[in-house]
Ligand binder design. Structure first.
Ligand SMILES: *Cc1c(COP(=O)(O)O)cnc(C)c1O
Length: 813
């Protein structure tokens, strides 16, 4: 099939073997006899990359011939995880590679385990970008991702004395076999300096941006092979270096140390990923990173475009830019600068091109996550961009004042500037005015954007706002993570489901067929056994694979409410001690990282670990209740946990989780969900049927009302004996001899429970109890798991990308 499409011949096992030996010898200077697993990994990856490159060149020819519209996806994060198995599966070479490795005398599992996760992202937002580039290539869209090649990705987490400890993540960025450096394409990016007012010969205002220093951007391409191997796109990651030319200046004055120091400062730009998720940092280096990404990408966009056309006004017909959150929103300003200052377009022509080209995805409703930047910082780093933002704002407010003279209040809320002790730039406002479409990531979220986040923007331009519910790629999250389920699906449905996930619907008529539910049950048990082996190996803990596996794995954040989960676990523990039994033995798994500066999140990690230690060490609950915090949550760990889960915890306070994507991964792998009416949970519940979903808790409106009347601060927990027993246990010294340690949590819950843990506790407990009881009916449980799988087809990121292409990018099929 691939031979027809691209004229690339599929290699045999023998050819792969030969190539691996040759890569070892001529690229890595090694011989097979002395090669380690890591060496074989590198040689195999280089071998696979050659086939990807063949596909890349033929893809480029096809796309050029078809004059395809090009999509540029800008994101500060791409949470890729491992690539070897994914690339082999998408190209269609997995089996050949497995055999080749075996014939060389190595174990394929050990080889794949050698690959470090590329953790160039914090969580959901970065993983979404990774799923999207897979879907875009699979759907044969001419697209590229653009991001930063961080030298250090998200920190590695270990647990010491029950607390999170962070270590640098050296993912070997400098010698990753997947990255192809294009040193010849390096670009010069100006930063800093000042504006000199001047006028051109016709008397037009023509400011000069002077005395900037230069950062060098070096592109590195990571090849993205779509399923079937036909289309090979790129993810382009830029690293920062210092330019020799600007060093020379200082160097000539003999100030060698300062010259070197400046070089180090420039290289710092791509040194490290900011580790805070859903929280804005406000740091100079972060703003520089955002600008660096945008400036490099726009140079590539204009360079690519110039290969095909010299008519700059037609750019929006050939190019679409998608901004993943506000982090790359400066693309709007940089584009204006290039069009006005370099292409000499008049302002309104430039603005029309920019708006038609750019679109923006909002990812959050939480005020602490909305980006603002100090005007003073902009003045220092990006003086010309600041001028442009002032001009955009001036024109926007002018138009609004003229059109709605009776609504002066609009001016304050629409302004790109936030007045206050320190004047700030609102990046969301900038992203909205500069884009032709703004989308949220789940139906509820998109609705809340228009109603509560930016109602005034919705008032002036309702046609811009749309929804594209997130999705995840079934290539990684079913085919790779759950090969047993993949084989089951292919056996019953043929292999078309991999690119057409709606075909899972056909499973419904099998749900009553003899033996099919038993197959699903057996698959789940096998995945649980595999996870148990891994946990036994890594943490020395034996778990019972027949127990109910209840998992919450995601970033640790108050709004995600890991605290609600662990409070309920404490309740279960107290109950078993008192009554001596439980209806169903349970295993509670937690995993996730907390931002290093987020004290409450880190304290919650400590609580989970101390509760786990107490419970696992108590003979009274042995065999009935176990709790485990798995260290260093990342994509490759998610791939092991998710297929082994019975109950998926999606319990954020309603109105806080924009969409969630792990909720989708779990349900399509046959977990039932216990969840609130939040984000995409609502759409998942609609899809799988309310009888196959454990709903609990207040909805978004009720949360708002509850907070407005201030009752989250006034719950009388003493009236609920269950809650008061749990709260008492928290500070009793039962989990930590120092009773002061968890006092801040107790204080928060009883004084300012902003995320409404106690409000939802009782309803959560009842839903949990129902799930635990239902789990006893194993056949019914797995039948419902099967119905979850069958109904999850629309949560493929292929569906999401088709929606973006049609409604936002103007890219047809
Ligand atoms: C899917 C995924 C996430 C997002 O999880 P949510 O529960 O949607 O927040 C975060 N981290 C990793 C490693 C993932 O695979």
């Amino acid at each position: 099939m691939r031979t027809d499409a691209t004229n690339v011949k599929m290699p045999s096992v023998e050819e792969i073997k030969k190539s691996v030996i040759s890569k070892l010898r001529y690229s890595l200077c090694l011989e097979v006899d002395s090669a380690t697993n890591a060496d074989i990994f590198n040689a195999l990856a280089l071998t696979i990359r050659d086939y990807q490159l063949d596909g890349f060149f033929s893809t480029r020819k096809l796309q050029e011939k078809a004059k395809s519209k090009r999509l540029y996806y800008l994101s500060m994060e791409f949470l890729l995880g491992q690539s070897l198995r994914n690339n082999l599966m998408n190209i269609g070479l997995l089996q050949q590679a497995e055999h080749a490795v075996a014939e060389l005398g190595f174990d394929f599992e050990h080889i794949t385990a050698e690959e470090p996760d590329a953790a160039l992202g914090n969580g959901g937002l970065g993983r979404l970008a990774a799923c999207f580039i897979d879907s875009m290539a699979t759907l044969d869209i001419a697209a590229s991702g653009h991001g930063i090649k961080y030298e250090y990705g998200l920190f590695k987490q270990s647990i010491q004395h029950n607390q999170q400890v962070e270590q640098p993540d050296d993912w070997h960025s400098t010698h990753s076999p997947w990255l192809i450096e294009h040193h010849s394409q390096l670009m010069l990016i100006p930063l800093g300096g000042h504006i000199e007012e001047s006028y051109d010969i016709e008397g037009n205002y023509n400011p000069m941006w002077m005395d900037w220093k230069v950062i060098v951007g070096i592109p590195h391409d990571y090849l993205v092979t779509g399923y079937g191997g036909k289309t090979v796109n790129t993810l382009r990651l830029y690293s920062a270096g210092a330019s020799d030319s600007f060093d020379v200046h200082i160097f000539n004055r003999g100030d060698y140390l300062r010259a070197v120091g400046q070089k180090i400062a420039s290289e710092n730009i791509s040194k490290i990923l900011y580790p805070a998720d859903e929280i804005q940092s406000g740091k100079e280096l972060r703003l520089t990173q955002e600008y660096f990404l945008v400036a490099c990408t726009l140079r590539d966009i204009f360079h690519d475009y110039a290969q095909h056309s010299s008519d700059i006004t037609a750019l929006p017909e050939a190019v679409a830019i998608q901004l993943n959150d506000t982090h790359p929103a400066l693309a709007i300003v940089e584009m204006m600068r290039i069009l006005v200052d370099e292409h000499r377009l008049d302002w309104s022509a430039a603005w029309e091109i920019t708006q038609k080209t750019c679109a923006f995805t909002n990812h959050t409703l939480m005020p602490e996550a909305l980006e603002t930047w100090s005007v003073a910082l902009f003045e220092k780093l990006l003086p010309r961009h600041l001028q442009i933002i002032y001009e955009i704002n001036h024109r926007l407010l002018g138009e609004v004042a003229e059109k709605w003279p009776d609504k002066p209040h609009l001016l304050a809320s629409l302004s790109l500037f936030e007045e206050g002790a320190e004047k700030k730039i609102r990046m969301a406002n900038l992203a909205i005015v500069g884009s032709h479409k703004i989308n949220g990531v789940a139906k509820l979220h998109s609705e809340l954007i228009t109603q509560t986040l930016v109602p005034d923007f919705y008032f002036i331009t309702p046609e811009k706002f749309t929804n594209q519910t997130n999705g995840v790629t079934p290539r990684r999250w079913i085919q790779q993570a759950n090969p047993g389920l993949a084989m089951f699906l292919t056996r019953h449905l043929g292999n078309g489901w991999v690119t057409d996930l709606d075909r899972l619907q056909q499973l419904k008529k099998l749900a009553n067929e003899k033996g099919v539910v038993e197959e699903v049950q057996a698959l789940k048990l096998k995945n649980k056994q595999a996870l148990c082996r891994q946990i036994a190996f890594q943490q020395g803990v034996q778990l019972d694979p027949l127990a109910m596996f209840d998992c919450q794995v995601k970033r640790i954040h108050e709004y995600k409410r890991q605290l609600l989960n662990i409070l309920h676990v404490i309740h279960l523990y107290l109950e078993i001690i008192e009554s001596g039994h439980t209806p169903t033995p349970k295993v509670h798994l937690f995993a996730g990282k907390a931002a290093p500066g987020y004290a409450m999140a880190k304290l919650i990690i400590q609580l989970i670990n101390e509760v786990a230690k107490t419970i696992n060490g108590d003979p009274r609950v042995k065999g009935q209740l176990s709790v485990l915090f798995l260290e260093d949550y990342k994509v490759s760990l998610a791939e092991h946990i998710i297929p082994a889960t019975d109950l998926s915890e999606q319990i954020s306070t309603a109105g806080t989780e924009a969409s969630g994507t792990s909720n989708m991964k779990f349900a399509m792998n046959g977990a039932l969900t216990i969840g609130t009416l939040d984000g995409a949970n609502i759409e998942i519940r609609d899809a799988v049927g309310k009888e196959n979903f454990y709903l609990f808790g207040a909805n978004a409106d009720e949360i708002t009302t509850h907070r407005q009347v201030g009752s989250h601060n006034r719950i009388d927990h003493n009236r609920d004996p269950i809650v008061s027993a749990v709260l008492e246990a928290l500070i009793s010294g039962r989990f930590n001899a120092n009773t002061a340690v968890f006092q801040p949590i107790y204080h928060m819950l009883t004084n300012a429970d902003h995320y409404c843990h106690l409000l939802d506790f009782d309803s959560y407990r009842l839903a949990q109890h129902q799930a635990q009881t239902d789990f006893l009916q194993q056949r019914q449980w797995h039948q419902r798991a099967l119905l979850n799988i069958a109904n999850m087809g629309s949560f493929s990121s292929d569906r999401t990308i088709r929606g973006y292409a049609k409604e936002i990018w103007g890219i047809g099929f």
